[in-house]
Design a protein around this ligand. Structure first.
Ligand code: UCC
Ligand code: FAD
Length: 585
């Protein structure tokens, strides 16, 4: 017999302390600003129904949908290019969770709500608010949804003359039945250029006897390649085999990715992109080798026609930016109650809370901006928009996208730091949030390209857009009667005046001022929205405090720079010399 002094097998002792993880509450119930904005802008009888749905969904996005989100993060898409026998199959493998997101999107009406118009001009606001709750828990399914929404809007804009497209695609894109529901891609970028689409597009379109076309080209970025259809740009060839250069040679085409038997429509998936983030999304390079397609714009109106889609996807981009900020702030806030350092929980350190308060102010400003633009979009959809609002909406869509994209990167980066080392650990899910935020400044138009789009909108409106901008701000400020907001009202008023003044002056290089100008438009407008929110009868001290904090910053960087003549030819030359100092090739 053997004498045992203790059990030979045991768990290793690794200490008794385990940090509690951050928890999320109902994301609608916890979002006081979202509730307040919707309540004050949507008629009561409609809001009571919307509120009920958002409250239910606010819980889903932190329970079953959030589990699927984490699964999308873990089980990334794969491409099986050839089968075991060498046959090219281009099989795209996506996770069960990703497919579930498709079904949930249909069932919850994440696209449908906007197009059913059951809630009149507030349908779009409702839809965007619901997507705002979904986006940070969506496993990036928000990306295909954005393009699907954009595609639905294009088809609606094309109108009756293409009823077959409505029957064939629109009814599916806006469907609530998962079996019917389609998603769309948006293929604009080619190897030569994603910003300069007019010079970058090499894809050619060959007319067929039946009136359809075959497309021949290489699409350099195709997000969500598992979509059912896509809108894309190509150059139709005339009977002599010639095409036009530039934007006047581009037309818009509709295509389906697969035929009735599920085979790819003469498309080869060349590779899946190896990306910094958005890894959940199957983004591919595609060879179009005779892809059957249908021209849906007039000749040469490709870019103008796809710009409807750009407007919608840029709105989704901003929605994703604002909701991503809200999510990291909510998580970091909860963590301050669970994490102890130097003997106290983090929430007891004013320095740490100051950091979070600054993030909160940014998040509120972005959220109000995005909600207000969604409200205007709803009015445009239902044709109740005034001319002034229309001008404002066109001018401010690129501003919204570019400014909130930048905010999201900064706030999410700060948010990761709020978790200390854990913010850098992959399986907390936190690092992915930063990687996914970074793309918001790149796709759907980079910051500079959108700043140039602001100039385009200004020029096209011949000054009317800026006048509308000023008048809308002025009218918001005039209705403010709370004296604790007086200083901020003055600051916003002055900034708006300075913007007008700057626009009326001749600048050597107006393009060089475009980014600072756009930032000025953004900060000043967001200031007005924050003040409006703070001036409501039921506004809270937090609304007032946040508005005043926002308005303390430099609202109009373009003017400060102008006094230094920073956009002159001489400064442009000095910038060039500085950037290329020491460059030897
Ligand atoms: O990145 C992509 C998909 C990513 C996945 C989706 C994510 C969605 C968010 C999800 C969140 C999770 S798709 C690729 C996106 N690509 C871009 O955004 C392109 C960026 N480049 C530009 O925006 C450029 O400014 C271009 C391509 C529009 C420039 O083209 P052109 O042809 O050189 O510009 P033109 O000649 O000035 O404009 C041609 C016409 C004009 O109309 P007309 O002739 O009537 O005057 C313009 O006024 O297009 C009109 N136009 C616009 N109209 C141009 N831009 C706009 C606009 N933004 N709104 C209205
Ligand atoms: P470039 O045009 O080469 O720009 C490079 C830099 O130059 C940028 O900083 C830009 O701001 C700057 N720049 C360019 N011109 C000017 C100028 N005149 N003045 C000042 N600055 C300038 N595209 C699609 O069509 N469909 C998709 O589904 C899609 N999915 C994507 C998914 C991901 C993850 C990513 C990262 C991209 C995706 N894209 C997609 C492509 C994306 O839209 C483009 O990458 C983007 O529009 C920029 O184009 P580019 O890469 O050609 O950059």
């Amino acid at each position: 017999r053997i004498v045992h002094t203790g059990m030979p097998f045991a768990h290793a002792k690794i200490g008794n302390f385990f940090q509690e993880k951050p928890e999320l509450g109902n994301q609608f119930v916890e979002d006081s600003l979202l509730q307040s904005y919707l309540k004050r802008n949507i008629p009561q009888e409609l809001y009571s129904k919307i509120q009920k749905d958002l409250k239910k969904f606010g819980q889903r996005v932190v329970t079953d949908i959030y589990s699927l989100h984490l699964q999308c993060d873990r089980e990334l898409p794969q491409l099986e290019q050839c089968d075991a026998w060498g046959n090219r199959v281009d099989k795209l493998i996506t996770s069960h969770a990703w497919k579930q997101m498709h079904d949930i999107s249909a069932e919850e009406g994440l696209i449908a709500i906007a197009y059913e118009r059951k809630f009149k001009e507030w349908s779009r606001l409702y839809q965007m608010a619901k997507n705002y709750l979904f986006s940070p828990s969506a496993g990036l399914y928000s990306c295909p949804l954005a393009m699907t929404d954009g595609a639905s809007s294009i088809i609606e804009a094309i109108g009756d003359k293409n009823d077959w497209l409505k029957q064939r695609a629109w009814l599916r894109l806006t469907n609530r039945d998962p079996k019917q529901f389609w998603t769309s891609g948006q293929w604009m970028t080619e190897r030569k250029g994603g910003s300069d689409v007019a010079r970058g597009t090499e894809t050619l379109a060959q007319l067929q006897p039946d009136g359809s076309y075959t497309l021949h080209g290489y699409k350099w970025f195709s997000s969500a390649t598992d979509a059912d259809m896509a809108f894309t740009l190509a150059r139709p060839l005339d009977k002599d085999g010639l095409s036009f250069n530039g934007t006047s040679g581009l037309s818009l085409f509709y295509l389906e990715i697969r035929d009735e038997s599920g085979n790819l429509n003469n498309i080869q998936i060349q590779k899946l992109k190896n990306k910094l983030g958005t890894k959940q999304v199957p983004t591919a390079e595609l060879l179009l080798d005779g892809t059957r397609a249908f021209k849906v714009s007039d000749d040469g109106r490709g870019v103008a026609s796809i710009s409807n889609m750009l407007t919608i996807t840029r709105m989704h981009n901003a929605m994703s930016a604002a909701s991503g900020m809200r999510r990291i702030v909510n998580m970091a806030r909860d963590y301050t109650t669970r994490r102890t350092a130097f003997g106290n929980v983090l929430k007891d350190y004013p320095l740490h809370i100051q950091t979070l308060a600054r993030m909160e102010v940014e998040t509120r400003a972005a959220t109000l901006f995005f909600l207000e633009m969604s409200r205007l979009l709803g009015k445009e959809d239902s044709e109740t928009i005034s001319n002034e609002e229309k001008q404002l909406f066109r001018l401010m869509t690129p501003v919204l996208k570019l400014y909130t994209g930048k905010q999201a990167v900064a706030v999410t980066s700060e948010g990761l730091e709020c978790f200390g080392g854990q913010g850098y650990i992959e399986d907390t899910g936190l690092p992915g949030m930063l990687r996914d935020a970074q793309v918001l400044t790149i796709w759907e138009g980079t910051t500079n390209i959108l700043s140039l789009d602001v100039l385009r909108a200004l020029n096209k409106s011949k000054g009317q857009a800026l006048k509308s901008y000023y008048d809308v701000i002025d009218s918001k400020l005039n209705s403010i009667n709370n004296e604790t907001l007086e200083v901020s009202v003055d600051r916003v008023q002055q900034a708006a005046g300075s913007i007008l003044k700057f626009a009326s002056q001749n600048t050597d290089n107006v393009e060089m001022a475009a980014r600072d100008f756009s930032y000025s438009l953004a900060r000043t407008y967001m200031g007005a929205l924050m003040l409006e929110q703070a001036n409501q009868v039921d506004s809270t001290p937090q609304d007032v405090y946040a508005a005043n904090r926002w308005c303390e910053q430099d609202l109009c960087p373009v003017i400060k720079h102008k006094s230094k003549d920073i956009y002159s030819k001489q400064i442009a030359d000095s910038n060039f010399q500085l950037v290329f100092d020491g460059y030897s090739r």
